[in-house]
Structure formats: C-alpha cells, structure tokens
Design a protein around this ligand. Structure first.
Ligand code: SF4
Length: 376
C-alpha cells in the first residue's frame, strides 16, 4: 500500500466570477521515502492540491469529490481531532513564506519546542533540547543561542531552515513542501536544496515537493507530476521526464528553464497565458497554447496514457504517462520536437529523438534539453 493515495480529487472555489476548479480530477500516490515533485506554472493548482491534503483550504474552497488516503485511511472522513493529531505528527508542511509561517512574538526555538510538546508528553527541558538539536540538524549555527532569536532576527534562508526544523520536529512520514526555495537568493536556495536532499537521504520521510523550479526537481525528486490548469498532464520518473518529455507543455517548461552557459539572448517561454479556470478551454486545456494543436485537440479531452504503447492502465506509478492525443493515435501530424542533451561544454551537440533512443549523458551527468530550434 502506498503511503499517500490521492484518487480522483476535485477541489472547487466559489468566486464572484463563477466556480473555479484548481484541482480537477487528479490522482497520484507517494510511497515511503519517495520524493515526488508537483510542477507547473503559477495558478496550475499545485498549492491547492497540497493544502487539500490536510484540509487546510480557505473558506471559499471545497473538496467536492475524491479520496485522500494516508496509510489507507481516508483523510476526508477523519474527525477533526484525529486530523489535528495527524497534522505535524504524520504529515507536516513547509510553506513558501517562512516569515509568515513563524509567529513573530515567540522565539523560533520556543515555537519548535511548543510543536514537540503539542504532540508528545515531554518535559520543557527535553523539548528545548530537542529543538536545539533540530536547529543544529538543519544547519543553523550556534543553535543554543539562536533558539532565543525572534523570527525577524533571522535571515530569510535561516527562517526557512527553522520552519523545516519545526516540520521535522515530530518525525513525520510525509513532508509537504510548497515552493520552499522561492523568493530566496540562489546561494541560499542551493543550501536549502542540499539540506532537503540530505534530510530525505538520511530519513525515510517521503516528500511532496511543490515547485515551478525544474532545477529543484532535478536535484531532489524521484518522480514528477506535471500539473496544468488543474489537471495532471504528465507523470514520469525524474530522469525520463528530463530526457524524454512526453507532453508539449512539459517540453515548453523545460525549454524555458535557464541553463549554465546558455547563449540564447532571450529565454523561450510557453506561448500565451494559463487559462481562466472559470471557463477552461474545451478538449485538451493546453490546446490554445500548444504548437502542435490540431482541430481534434479542441474537441477531445486526452486521457493520461502510457507514452510507450498507449495503454490507459496507469496503475504503476513508475509508468511514464502523458495526456496528449499523440498517444491515443488521434493526431494527424504528431509531435515534432527533439531533445537536446548538452555536453559538458554546453555545446548542445548530442541529440536524441523524442523516443530517447539516441540520447546520451555527458561526462559529468549534466544534461539540458529543449524544443528544436529553441534550445541552441
Ligand atoms: S492533445 Fe493536442 S493540444 Fe493537447 S498537448 Fe497534445 S497536441 Fe497539444
């Protein structure tokens, strides 16, 4: 049994403009110790999907159907007190804005100790010692001294480390990280990515990582889910997603990622805007922005199917699936892009077709890719 199973989840928001479904019939699972990335542009519904896990949606939002099972128990049917016990103990969250997640009138150490006391019967002294140990574990120098610092006395990166320490305080089985490095400068981001990588390597904690940053995904994730306009449009093991993306939206995201040694004057972008979810496009929701769209794309809603073979059985989470009519055989011209794997000098002279047969890694394992004509 998977640690977390999300099945046919639908979340609605009731706005002045109408009903919006930022999460529209998504299913996925996460196993013990696994790190799964949920990626997509802002507004794709990634954060809403994560907040829904712990029923933390704002008043205007409602889970209207589906199931969220954690160790087999449906969280949507748990009584409030059991759900409260599960939050922090079994599933913990790291939010994007660490400054907002910390209470400004308590010291960071006391906030961590309070979290420990709320979930376990420990003495104040033990809670304090554990909090100091956690501050040390997440790389905060002089943890005994910083215990008494207020949030405003810490830098943004240190605040985020303190929030991660708080999330780890009860040794959760699942850590949900919502854009944990966004808004921090790149050197701080790199430190936090290293920290998260160490933590996930050393413990059996599973991670659901919400991000729009594919570099973070490449560093940390075992598998990736790509979300677009409330729906999952591609799911793949991380290497396969980077070497052999199957959905044109994923290809656009990869092509728009800046790279070391990039000599393009302008970054490629996914054309157009994310759709208004009050009135999403018919058929494939990506069709107004897709360079390969055909008439059928506006009429037919593509199911998630295996990219090799077109099977609709996606029960194995390792199977690479994408929601594009290419894989149901409904496109006349097909998809026409190729993956470019740059060598160690960034020359971009190793190429593979979409099937990935010719794709090779460079000497140090780094690779970059993009759509034909846009990645050089
Ligand atoms: S179904 Fe059509 S519009 Fe959608 S991603 Fe595939 S080619 Fe593009």
């Amino acid at each position: 049994m998977a640690l977390l199973e999300v099945e046919d989840l639908v979340v609605q928001f009731y706005t002045d403009d109408g009903v919006v479904r930022p999460v529209d019939d998504i299913s996925y699972e996460i196993h013990d110790g696994e790190t799964v990335g949920l990626v997509g542009e802002s507004g794709a519904g990634k954060s809403v999907a994560s907040l829904a896990l712990l029923r933390l949606l704002e008043d205007a939002g409602e889970i209207v159907s589906g199931e969220i099972r954690f160790r087999g128990r449906n969280l949507l049917e748990l009584p409030a007190d059991e759900l409260r016990a599960l939050r922090g103990n079994e599933i913990a969250m790291v939010f994007q804005d660490a400054g907002a997640a910390l209470n400004p009138v308590y010291t960071v150490g006391e906030q961590i100790a309070e979290t420990i006391r709320a979930h376990e019967a420990v003495t104040d002294g033990d809670a304090r010692d554990r909090a100091i140990g956690l501050l040390e574990q997440v790389g905060i120098p002089d943890p005994g001294v910083r215990y008494s610092d207020y949030p405003h006395e810490l830098s943004g990166g240190m605040q985020q480390r303190a929030v991660i320490a708080m999330a780890l305080s009860c040794d959760p089985s699942l850590l949900v990280c919502d854009e944990p490095t966004t808004g921090l400068d790149v050197t701080i981001q790199a430190g936090l990515i290293e920290l998260l990588a160490d933590l996930t390597r050393e413990s059996e904690t599973a991670v659901q990582l919400v991000t729009h940053d594919l570099g973070v995904v490449a560093e940390l994730c075992d598998r990736v889910l790509v979300q677009y306009a409330g729906q999952i449009v591609e799911r793949a093991p991380v290497e396969e997603l980077f070497y052999d993306p199957g959905h044109p939206y994923t290809v656009g995201l990869l092509a728009s990622t800046p790279r070391l040694g990039d000599d393009r004057e302008r970054l490629t972008t996914v054309p157009g805007m994310a759709p208004d979810l009050v009135d999403p496009p018919t058929g494939c929701r990506f069709h107004p922005r897709c360079p390969y769209a055909e008439n059928v794309c506006a009429r037919r809603d593509p199911p998630l199917v295996e990219t090799e073979g077109g099977s609709t059985d996606d029960s194995d989470p390792e199977t690479h699936v994408a929601a594009c009519l290419e894989y149901t055989g409904d496109l006349s011209d097909g998809l026409d892009y190729e993956v470019v794997v740059h060598d160690a000098d960034g020359d971009g002279n190793e190429k593979g077709d979409r099937g990935g047969d010719e794709t090779e890694r460079d000497g140090d394992g780094r690779r970059e890719r993009g759509r034909r004509g846009e990645s050089q």
